[in-house]
Design a binder for this molecule. Structure first.
Ligand code: SF4
Length: 715
């Protein structure tokens, strides 16, 4: 029997695990009480690590499609076919005819993170997409324009704050997102236990709202209006206190002028909140000794995601809560991947080009994935004819997944680096399966930089990988090296193959803010030092770091970047103009449950058994008005299609709003996920409209999709 200390890689929370094994079997997974960040917290999903490892549906060998069946092949042939397929498409149609999609598992893999950049560059295509643009893109854009780097995302100092204002986030279930906070529910309870206050703004009375002092139901998509009203109260009542930030912040006067146009009375009807409630919210936030405003998917995945995300930071800024203990802070990770995000000419890496068909803006070399289907289907120079994916399942996770499903069927070539035949990869011609997460070493390159405490932890592999298995980085490096031209690139590929992720991680740790430098045994962090501290190293509470940590060219905070200010006119026209949305529309929002955060977790029996979780939540008043009953199957019709789903009545829902979880819709022909196929559910993205995006950032606007809900048989 052996015990392995490891970081859970299934979500952003980075919980420390103790994994017990006997031979090649996992016998127990429990929380590591000595992990300096998670302190023993664990959620029910952690067991999925062993279930994924042993999953009989997990593909363990490369496979090529032959007609309508799959044939096992060797790695040499597989890499040859991948390279030939990519080159064939690019020779015939140009480099941009290959599109690449990088899914969520990438950020949870050290090897993939270290090698995916070169891999994507070797594809030499502008058609790069990722899960970012169906999630947190507005947070990156706001961080880039305000603080100079897409990863300078303000993180609530949850363990020291006296007042936490949460918009469109459910950390009690997610354990924090863009706020790695394992055991978030306990941390929220601790705020109240020390006399603080927690306020939740959400169309649903979420699990987090149930822990809060106050819950305000808001109409989906109107958060930016609420935030402007809060700022109006703060400026009008002279409550603004930017404090030390004033010395290195520009744009506060612009912000003030803008906000003063939005008194609470002006936005009350649109938001569904009373003017009095907004005034109290603003005053309480301004008066608290230490306060932080935080927003997540409900704020970013909507038509005004960019504006709302910016305004949350603006609210923190105006009240002096940025870079302040108990406010929002910026972690100092041991591996700091935040290099300058402004080009030499001072321009952020945003909108340097646009998508071919719809003109959506590029961000950091990527285009919004809401544009992917049309890029495949629309003829003309640059049309996408080939596809490369790493992880992810965009047929279920991106808007109008049904259209993408159909578009993928027409590709000339598709290679997937993935170990599941899911709703997306079923269209592939070639599958290159990576090793299981328990067979890989791990260090979290992203989430240490988004965590509520500075820590560092290295996880050695639990199991050796099989001789004929390949890690993601090995697959990527093999293709990258073959696609690269010039001896230098090939030599680099060969050297990387020799060193693997370990030496790159060691180098980055040594050169980082706590690093040992390049002396072999110098004091400070190195890979060796982390291996000697298997529970992880505690680097302390978040520390003030501005203005030194700012990455804007002028090393100043930009409180009112022009692109956000200009977008206010669109907000006003949409919500406050003559064409404001009808107040009787049912608006669809998503939701996350404790046992599911991504579609591939639905192939884990322990996580899907029991009560059906793929239900449409609706307020009883809305059901009565439509003659609908709890448990009945109903039809939900959105912008691009209709699905049938069981109805679940809940007075936690705001009247006029319905909610459906994401990542379901399994059991399609050609997939090989037996457990998921027995728990199919329906895909929310078979009704969401890919034309609904945040026009500012290009992020998909899932939240607030207008839908019609009818009884089966009704017209
Ligand atoms: S909260 Fe996330 S990181 Fe923690 S055990 Fe659950 S899935 Fe793993």
């Amino acid at each position: 029997m052996r015990q392995h200390l490891r970081t859970c890689t299934l979500c952003e929370a980075m919980c420390g695990l103790v994994i017990t094994t006997e031979g090649d079997r996992v016998t127990e997974i429990r929380g590591d009480a000595d992990d300096p960040l998670s302190k023993g917290h664990i959620c029910p999903k952690a067991v999925a690590l062993q279930d994924i490892h042993t999953d009989p549906d997990r593909i363990r060998h490369p496979m090529k499609r032959v007609g309508d069946r799959w044939e096992r092949i060797g790695w040499k042939e597989a890499i040859d076919l991948a390279v030939e397929g990519i080159q064939r498409v690019q020779r015939a149609h140009g480099n941009d005819a290959i599109a690449a999609y990088v899914g969520n598992p990438t950020v949870h893999s050290l090897g993939a993170m270290l090698f995916v950049g070169d891999f994507l560059r070797a594809l030499r295509t502008k058609n790069r997409f990722s899960a970012t643009s169906v999630d947190q893109l507005p947070a990156h854009v706001a961080a880039m324009f305000m603080f100079g780097h897409a990863l300078l995302i303000p993180i609530p100092d949850i363990d020291r704050t006296d007042h936490l204002l949460i918009l469109g986030a459910n950390p009690a279930v997610s354990n924090g997102s863009l706020m790695t906070a394992p055991g978030a529910a306990e941390r929220i309870k601790a705020i109240r236990a020390r006399g603080g206050r927690v306020v939740v703004v959400d169309p649903r009375r979420t699990e987090t709202a149930a822990l809060a002092d106050a819950h305000h139901a808001i109409r989906p998509g109107s958060d930016a209006l609420l935030l402007l009203a809060l700022l109006q109260v703060i400026f009008a009542e002279s409550l603004a206190r930017p404090g030390r930030l004033t010395a290195f912040t520009d744009g506060l006067d612009t912000l003030r002028e803008l906000a003063l146009r939005f008194p609470p009375e002006r936005v009350a009807a649109a938001t569904g909140l009373s003017a009095d409630a907004m005034r109290s919210m603003a005053r309480d936030f301004a008066a608290a000794p230490r306060a932080a405003a935080y927003g997540r998917v409900g704020v970013s995945m909507q038509e005004f995601g960019g504006l709302a995300t910016w305004l949350i930071s603006a609210l923190n800024l105006v009240c002096g809560r940025v870079d302040a203990e108990g406010g929002v802070m910026f972690p100092t990770p041991a591996v700091d991947i935040r290099r300058a995000d402004q080009k030499r000419d001072g321009r952020p890496r945003f909108a340097r080009w646009t998508s071919r068909v719809r003109g959506l803006p590029e961000f950091a070399g990527e285009l919004p994935v809401a544009a992917l289907s049309e890029e495949i289907e629309s003829p003309g120079p640059g049309q996408v004819r080939g596809f490369v994916t790493h992880g992810g399942n965009p047929v279920l996770s991106t808007p109008d997944g049904g259209r993408l499903d159909r578009a993928l069927a027409g590709l000339e070539f598709y290679v997937a680096i993935d170990f599941y035949l899911n709703e997306t990869t079923r269209h592939a011609h070639l599958i290159l399966p990576p090793s299981s997460p328990l067979e890989r070493e791990h260090y979290d390159l992203i989430f240490h930089g988004l965590a509520v405490r500075d820590t560092a932890k290295y996880s050695p592999p639990v199991f050796d990988k099989a001789d004929d298995a390949r890690h993601e980085w090995e697959i990527m490096n093999a293709i990258t090296t073959r696609l690269s031209t010039g001896w230098r690139a090939r030599l680099r590929g060969a050297l990387r193959d020799l060193g693997g992720p370990s030496w790159m991680l060691d180098y980055a740790l040594r050169r980082g803010p706590y690093g040992a430098g390049l002396r072999p045994r110098g004091p400070g962090l190195s890979l060796r030092a982390l291996k000697e501290a298997p529970h992880g190293v505690d680097l302390g509470a978040l520390k003030p770091s501005f203005p030194a940590a700012l990455r804007t060219k002028d090393r100043r905070i930009h409180a009112a970047p022009a692109i956000f200010v200009a977008d206010i006119a669109r907000l006003e026209a949409t919500w406050l103009g003559a064409a404001a949305p009808a107040s009787d529309a049912l608006l669809l929002i998503g939701r996350r449950t404790l046992r599911s955060s991504n579609s591939w977790m639905h192939n884990v029996e322990r996580l899907v058994r029991g009560k059906d979780r793929c239900t449409l939540l609706m307020h009883p008043h809305d059901a009565t008005a439509r003659g609908l009953h709890d448990g009945a199957a109903v039809r939900v019709t959105g912008g691009v299609g209709t699905i049938t789903v069981p109805l679940e009545l809940s007075s936690d829902m705001m009247p006029g709003v319905v909610s459906l979880p994401h990542g379901w819709g399994h059991g399609r022909p050609g997939t090989a996920l037996r457990v998921a196929a027995a728990h199919r559910g329906v895909s929310i993205n078979d009704v969401t409209d890919a034309r609904r995006v945040d026009a500012l950032t290009g992020n998909a606007a899932f939240s607030g999709e207008p839908v019609r809900v009818t009884a089966i048989g009704a017209r």
